[in-house]
Design a protein around this ligand. Structure first.
Ligand SMILES: NC(=O)CC(=O)O
Length: 419
């Protein structure tokens, strides 16, 4: 894959210019896009900034996020020819950091579950996942060093697991969602995809204006000694498939060999209760966030989204309010539960990428952490027997994005040494 840190080192050393770094990405896209179909729009005349921590870095932007002058298609014919007048906040922030929004990446319709045309870069017979399909696939294919996605259920971590990209769904509202099409205002969270965890940490530090998120020397710590990791099976979310079980087992063995202490843990009942109410909150809010599209263009909504919104019309306000109380209680208990560990280690997806494009997979190992608003990181590195990537997921407490990235880097490094 294409490391943004490597590109920046080459720019700093004068081996390449910022503009040639952009051109390099356009060449890679030219060579690989036909087999992946990750993009909806490309700015082939983009000019690189000369300054800023992301100078020369081409960035893919999920097509529910506005980039001024580019179409924001939402993955729907309803928004055909809808050209954004202004940048979303995150787009303006990436430009301030010197980054270049080079392309819009495919999204499922309104970031829900109906599949896109995008193909898994490791095997075109498999889905790349969703809803941030194009962002995960573009980074996984080595066409871009950085891409932006969103997660309401599992739309950052799951496709990253399927496409072999490092990715973070940061603490809730660490990045602003102004100018991002809303599906659920209590859940929607911006996330990032990059080639490795150090790349991811560097990018989040730059976009989040939080230098402390960068890893020391932009690399994983030399040892995992002293790390206390809680191993969580998330039994309330059902069993994993063999590939995810194998990936988690490999990660545990690798990080223990590097000195970490891994302890099996069970989540408090309140977390299982919160898991069960994620859908109520998501459904109640989506009916209102997409009220115009539903009322004025129901016939143009794709099957899964249309049927979900049909059913969601009947979620009573009282059930929504009770679900929010359940989530609030779980957040309080999650804080004390996680206090005893540097991070939780769990499944990133049910298994490797499903065959075919009919499904983008399931968010069952992701949605609780989206609702809790805590950082979640996909750690790439494991491949199944057929060569398909399967990630593992690191979760930490709210506001501990730095710790999530540090532990994830340790696991990524430990896996690289042993796989
Ligand atoms: N937007 C989402 O997170 C939905 C999904 O998990 O695919």
């Amino acid at each position: 894959m294409l490391s943004l840190l490597d590109l920046l080192r080459r720019i700093d050393a004068g081996h390449i210019s910022a503009q040639s770094a952009l051109s390099h990405c356009l060449d890679l896209i030219e060579a690989r896009e036909y087999a992946v179909r990750a993009f909806t729009h490309m700015d082939t005349h983009a000019a690189a900034a000369a300054q800023g921590p992301l100078r020369g870095i081409a960035i893919g932007v999920k097509d529910i996020i506005d980039v001024a002058g580019m179409p924001t298609g939402m993955g729907s014919p309803i928004y055909r020819d809808n050209v954004a007048r202004a940048d979303a906040s995150i787009t303006a922030m990436l430009r301030r950091a010197g980054g270049t929004p080079l392309a819009k990446t495919t999204t499922t319709a309104f970031a829900f579950l109906d599949p896109t045309e995008t193909l898994n870069p490791h095997n075109p017979a498999h889905t790349p996942g969703g809803s941030s399909a194009g962002s995960a696939a573009a980074v996984g294919a080595g066409m871009l060093p950085l891409a932006i996605g969103t997660q309401t259920g599992g739309s950052v971590i799951r496709p990253a697991s399927y496409c072999g990209a490092a990715a973070i769904k940061p603490s809730f509202r660490l990045l602003p969602t102004v100018g991002v099409k809303c599906y659920s205002w209590a859940l929607d969270t911006l996330g990032l995809f990059a080639a490795s965890v150090p790349d991811l940490a560097y990018a989040l530090a730059a976009l989040g204006e939080r230098p402390d998120l960068r890893l020391p020397d932009d690399r994983a710590p030399d040892s995992a000694a002293g790390l206390r990791i809680g191993l969580l099976m998330q039994d309330f979310a059902g069993p994993p498939e063999d590939d995810s079980a194998a990936a988690l087992d490999a990660a545990v063995k690798a990080i223990e060999a590097d000195g970490a202490q891994v302890t099996p843990v069970s989540a408090p009942e309140s977390l299982a209760a919160a898991y069960n109410v994620h859908g109520i909150i998501q459904d109640y809010e989506s009916v209102r966030a997409l009220a115009w599209e539903y009322d004025a263009h129901r016939d143009q909504l794709p099957p899964i989204l249309g049927e979900t919104l049909d059913a969601a019309q009947h979620v009573p306000a009282g059930a929504y309010d009770e679900a929010r109380r359940t989530a609030h209680q779980a957040r309080r208990e999650a804080k004390s539960f996680m206090r005893g560990y540097d991070a939780l280690l769990t499944f990133a997806s049910p298994g490797s990428a499903p065959e075919g494009l009919a499904s983008t997979g399931e968010s069952r190992f992701n949605r609780l952490w989206t609702l809790m608003g805590v950082p979640a990181v996909n750690v790439p590195g494991f491949r199944n027997a057929a060569g398909l990537p399967v990630g593992v997921q690191i979760v930490t407490g709210f506001g501990r994005d730095d710790k999530a990235l540090q532990v994830a880097a340790c696991i990524e490094n430990a896996l690289q040494k042993r796989l």
